[in-house]
Design a binder for this molecule. Sequence first.
Ligand code: HEC
Length: 129
Amino acid sequence: MKHSRGGQSAPPFTGGLMSRVSGLINWTLLVGLAALCWPSTGMADISPDRERALRHLLVQDCGSCHGMTLQGGLGPALTRTALAGKPAIMLREVILHGRPGTPMPPWNTFMSEAEADWLVQLLLNGASP
Ligand code: HEC
């Protein structure tokens, strides 16, 4: 009877090295992707045209409820003092999704998240339309 050598697996060295190399490649890819995505998670570039449109929206549309000078009306004042201490993330969510059960409508079909962030910063810094 012959001793069978069939089914012998590759030396552990090769397998270990290969998986370590491919792990390294995955890791590099991940870091590379993260670096690529990074700028889009920060303050996005909004064109001057779009900024003008958003300012116009703020006065015309938001102003119809929050007051032309944002001092308040049907909706609360959106001045710097009125918003002081309110978290930007909360304000962003209100603008994008509205406040259910109140007249505050969602605006996510009119602006991107980055644009809502931009509006929030404008308001927190004191928008003076
Ligand atoms: C139809 C009226 C209406 C329009 C238009 C409107 N809002 Fe509002 N908004 C409200 C009301 C009412 C509230 C208060 C909701 C509540 O009772 O919590 C509110 C709340 C908010 C808040 C939260 C304020 C706080 O102190 O918590 C923000 C921010 C806001 N609106 C921004 C905007 C922006 C920006 C626009 C325009 C893109 C806009 N709103 C358009 C009615 C409106």
